[in-house]
Design a protein around this ligand. Structure first.
Ligand SMILES: Cc1ncc(COP(=O)(O)O)c(C=O)c1O
Length: 426
C-alpha cells in the first residue's frame, strides 16, 4: 500500500459509487458535463435527497406522542447521536443546527465572546468570510482586538508558530479553518491547538470544517476543540441546514433556547427530521465503502474506514491530476499552468487544485471550461468571497478552483487534463 500517493478505488467501485449520486456525468439542461465544483456544493447522494423528500411529506409534529410523531422525532434523536458520536467523534458537548454553517459560526463566536474574558481574538487570513466576518463583527461588538494569522504561501497552510505568535494571556478565542476551500491545504490543527494551549491552556479554539468534512474525519475529541461546523450540502447531502459541535463549556453558556429545555439544547423551534435523516444516509453510504475494506459490524469503525478510503482515493486522484500519465500530461506538466500552494507531497491536501493559465483572466478561464463541459469555480481577486484569500496565497490575479470528488475516476481526470491542455495551447 502506497498511502503517501493515495490508493485508487478500482473502476467497478468508482462506477458503483457514482451510480448512487444524482447527475454525476450530465446536467439535464446542459447535457454531458464534468462536475468539478464539489467544493461549492457536492454531487448529491440520491438516498439523502430521497429520505429528505420522503419525510417532508408528513405533516405530523415530531413533538407528538403518536406513532408518526415519534418516528419523526426518532430521526432527530438518532441523527443527533450519530452526528455527535460518529461524524464529530464527540464524547460530550452538544449539537447546534441552523439554516447554514455560517449561521452556526456567527452564533458560536458571539456566544464565546459574550462569555469569555480577554482583550483580543485570533483568526487566520485564509478563512471563508463566514468565519472571518464572524470574528471581525463580534470583535467590534465586544470591543476586542482582532489579530490575523498570515498564510505560508508555499504550503497554503497556517503555521502553528504563526498562530502562537499572536496568542497571549488575553486572547479569548482562536478560530482556524480545518482546510482551505481555495487551495485544499489541510491545516495542522493538532499542532495549532498544541502551540496555542502551551501559551494559554484553557483558551477557546474553534474550527470551520465546511471544506474539510467530505474529505477526512472530523475529530473534536482528539483535538480538544470548543466548536466545529460543517455544511451538509458540501458533504453529499442537502441544502438548508448547517451543523456544529460545541463543547460542554460552550453548551452551558447562556444561549437562546426555550427556557424549560435542558441547558445544552440549542434547537429553537422544531428541527426538520429530514435534515438529520439525510445525514444518516451519508453515514450509511460512507459505512458501505468501509465495508468493502474491513469486516466489521461496528458503524463507527466502518465510517472511519470509509472516510479513510475516500481520502486515499482522493489523494490518488489529486496525484494523478497533478502528474498525469505518459500520454496525458498532468497540471504540473502543461506549459502555462500554475498551481497555487503545490507542495511536492500530496499528503495534507484535500482534492482541490487552485490553478491559473498564463495570460488568461480567471473568469475567462472558468468560462472556457464551462463551454467545454467542465464546471469549475473561478475565484477572482475582485470577488468579495475570495479577494483576501487569493491575495494571501500570492495569487493576486485569482485562480480557478478545480474540485472533483471521490466518485470520479481517472478517466474523468483524463478528460479534464485534455481540455486544460487544449485551453492552455490555444
Ligand atoms: C470553508 C467554508 N466555510 C463556510 C462556508 C459557508 O457555508 P454555508 O454556505 O453553509 O454557510 C463555505 C462555503 O463555501 C466554505 O467553503
Amino acid at each position: 500500500m502506497n498511502e503517501t500517493k493515495g490508493i485508487l478505488f478500482d473502476s467497478v467501485l468508482v462506477q458503483e459509487l457514482k451510480n448512487q449520486f444524482f447527475m454525476p456525468n450530465e446536467d439535464p439542461r446542459d447535457g454531458e458535463r464534468l462536475f468539478f465544483d464539489n467544493s461549492g456544493g457536492s454531487l448529491r447522494l440520491q438516498k439523502a435527497v430521497e429520505v429528505k423528500a420522503d419525510l417532508e411529506r408528513y405533516p405530523d409534529c415530531p413533538e407528538r406522542d403518536h406513532e408518526r410523531g415519534l418516528t419523526l422525532k426518532a430521526y432527530v434523536q438518532e441523527g443527533t447521536k450519530e452526528l455527535l458520536d460518529i461524524v464529530f467523534n464527540a464524547k460530550s458537548g452538544a449539537l447546534m443546527s441552523e439554516l447554514t454553517a455560517s449561521q452556526c459560526m456567527f452564533q458560536i463566536v458571539d456566544l464565546i465572546m459574550d462569555n469569555v474574558e480577554g482583550t483580543n481574538a485570533v483568526v487566520s487570513v485564509l478563512e471563508h468570510p463566514s468565519a472571518f466576518d464572524a470574528m471581525q463583527f463580534h470583535c467590534k461588538k465586544h470591543g476586542r482586538e482582532l489579530r490575523v494569522a498570515q498564510a505560508n504561501k508555499e504550503t497554503g497552510r497556517i503555521d502553528p508558530d504563526e498562530v502562537a505568535r499572536l496568542v497571549d494571556q488575553n486572547t479569548c478565542l482562536v478560530s482556524i479553518m480545518s482546510a482551505s476551500n481555495i487551495s485544499g491545504s489541510v491545516m495542522d490543527m493538532e499542532g495549532i491547538v498544541k502551540a496555542v494551549r502551551a501559551i494559554k491552556p484553557d483558551i477557546y479554539i474553534i474550527s470551520d470544517a465546511v471544506q474539510h468534512a467530505p474529505h477526512m474525519i472530523m475529530d473534536v475529541e482528539t483535538l480538544g476543540l470548543d466548536a466545529m461546523n460543517f455544511a451538509p450540502y458540501k458533504f453529499f447531502s442537502v441544502r438548508g441546514c448547517g451543523f456544529a459541535y460545541v463543547s460542554d463549556r460552550v453548551a452551558h453558556m447562556p444561549h437562546h433556547k426555550i427556557i424549560a429545555k435542558d441547558p445544552k439544547v440549542f434547537e429553537l423551534g422544531t428541527p426538520a427530521p429530514g435534515n438529520f435523516a439525510a445525514m444518516m444516509a451519508v453515514v450509511d453510504y460512507v459505512c458501505s465503502i468501509g465495508k468493502k475494506f474491513i469486516a466489521s459490524e461496528n458503524r463507527k469503525e466502518l465510517y472511519y474506514e470509509g472516510m479513510k478510503r475516500i481520502h486515499l482515493q482522493e489523494r490518488a486522484l489529486l496525484h494523478y491530476m497533478l502528474e498525469g500519465t505518459k500520454e496525458i500530461p498532468g497540471l504540473r506538466h502543461i506549459p502555462g499552468v500554475a498551481i497555487s500552494a503545490d507542495t511536492d507531497s500530496v499528503e495534507g491536501r484535500d482534492l482541490i487544485a487552485g490553478i491559473r493559465i498564463e495570460g488568461m483572466d480567471v473568469i475567462e478561464l472558468g468560462e472556457e471550461y464551462q463551454r467545454r463541459g467542465v464546471t469549475t469555480a473561478a475565484r477572482a481577486a475582485t470577488s468579495i468571497y475570495s479577494k483576501r484569500i487569493v491575495e494571501a496565497l500570492g495569487a493576486d490575479k485569482g485562480l480557478v478552483r478545480v474540485s472533483p470528488m471521490h466518485c470520479h475516476g481517472t478517466e474523468d481526470i483524463d478528460k479534464f487534463l485534455n481540455i486544460t491542455k487544449e485551453i492552455a495551447t490555444r
